[in-house]
Design a protein around this ligand. Structure first.
Ligand SMILES: *Cc1c(COP(=O)(O)O)cnc(C)c1O
Length: 356
């Protein structure tokens, strides 16, 4: 049976990425060797990382003066690397979910942290508005898409300071004004590649301002100076990322991807809003994520949640169980998910509702 993959991460990749990665595992770039067994310093792999970095710059229109890095350690490693390298005295953070909480915890190890607003009071089901970012902070950090709770900030905020953003689960789903940021990071396993690599886009002259000693591996300058090859980079995920980036370019770039993503999300949210059984957990329409759609069953149907997951599985629908801190369902609609899968999910919801 055809599967419809709604996992939140690691998550669906395009067949283009998976097939080309499989080919390279058998024979990489005509070398007669697997990509799993070649030196990261071979000219063939150098070409891979160079093209991948160039495509990130092209697709996101990264201005001059920024470097693109491919690092290990996941987005979670960036929670400490960011303040290690950028927090001189004080930073502002927006608390919109578990990942933001984790980032704040690490930043506090390095300096003063001003949590400018939080939506913790309502289990992170909305994006705080009208908060003030002080002009005297070193940077303002936010999470653009809250993967667990299904909220998203889709417009680059207007604040009086330079920004840092965790874009792990919505990078390449909209155009970004990179010039407003000192640093953007994204774990690859949501919208780009298998787990194991994190993209960092960093403004070169934002670095070198802190006085503290930074361990070599945690210093962005190490990786800038060595083109992400100070040590062995995650070769296979970078190869897959290149395949995805080529595919994104073929599809028309991030503006075209955004259009498709908006259509998919609108269709599913409409189905949820129009149903008597299901209800979205994010009530402010403006805050709803187009990447992770979170919903539950209305109180009178609550005990049917488990059986809907089982019913959906009979239609090939995989990965719709909500995160344990929200419950219910979460349908992740990353770039690689086709509209067909959204239609199958909506049909399953309709059919289940008709039966009960
Ligand atoms: C998944 C996720 C993370 C954690 O990523 P790891 O690579 O597992 O460390 C951080 N932030 C966001 C927004 C995420 O979606």
């Amino acid at each position: 049976m055809k599967k419809h993959n709604f996992y939140a991460g690691p998550s669906i990749l395009s067949q283009y990425t998976i097939k080309n990665t499989a080919d390279a595992i058998l024979d990489f770039a005509g070398t007669g060797l697997s990509i799993l067994e070649v030196s990261h310093r071979s000219k063939e792999f150098q070409a891979v990382i160079d093209e991948a970095s160039a495509l990130v710059k092209e697709l996101l229109e990264v201005p001059e003066g920024y470097s693109v890095l491919w690092l290990g350690g996941g987005a979670s490693m960036q929670f400490c690397m960011v303040p290690y390298n950028l927090l001189v005295k004080k930073a502002a953070y927006l608390e919109t979910g578990t990942w933001a909480v984790n980032a704040i915890k690490e930043a506090r190890l390095f300096g003063e942290v001003d949590v400018v607003a939080s939506s913790k009071d309502a289990n992170f089901t909305y994006i705080p508005k009208n908060y003030v970012v002080p002009a005297d902070v070193d940077y303002f950090h936010y999470t653009s898409n809250n993967t667990i709770y299904g909220t998203e900030i889709r417009k680059d905020p207007d604040v009086p300071v330079r920004m840092v953003c965790d874009m792990s689960s919505d990078i390449f789903s909209r155009p970004i004004d990179v010039s407003k940021y000192d640093l953007i990071y994204a774990g690859a396993q949501k919208n780009l590649a298998p787990a194991g690599v994190t993209i960092v886009i960093v403004k070169d002259d934002a670095l070198g301002k802190v006085d503290r000693q930074i361990p070599t591996m945690l210093d962005y300058r190490t990786h800038i100076n060595k083109g992400s090859m100070f040590n062995t980079p995650p070769v296979l995920p970078i190869y897959s990322a290149l395949m995805t980036l080529r595919h994104y370019k073929e599809l028309g770039g991030v503006a075209a991807l955004e259009k498709r993503d908006l259509e998919k999300a609108a269709k599913l949210y409409d189905a949820i809003d129009g149903s008597r059984m299901f209800v979205g957990t994010v009530t402010d329409v403006a805050d709803r994520s187009i990447m992770n759609v979170c919903f539950v069953m209305r109180p009178e149907y609550k005990e049917l949640e488990k059986s809907f997951v089982d019913f959906a599985a009979t239609k090939g629908i995989v990965g719709i169980k909500g995160h344990r801190s929200v419950g219910g369902f979460r349908a992740s609609l990353y770039n690689a998910l086709p509209m067909e899968s959204v239609d199958v999910l909506i049909n399953a919801m309709d059919e289940f509702q008709a039966k009960h």
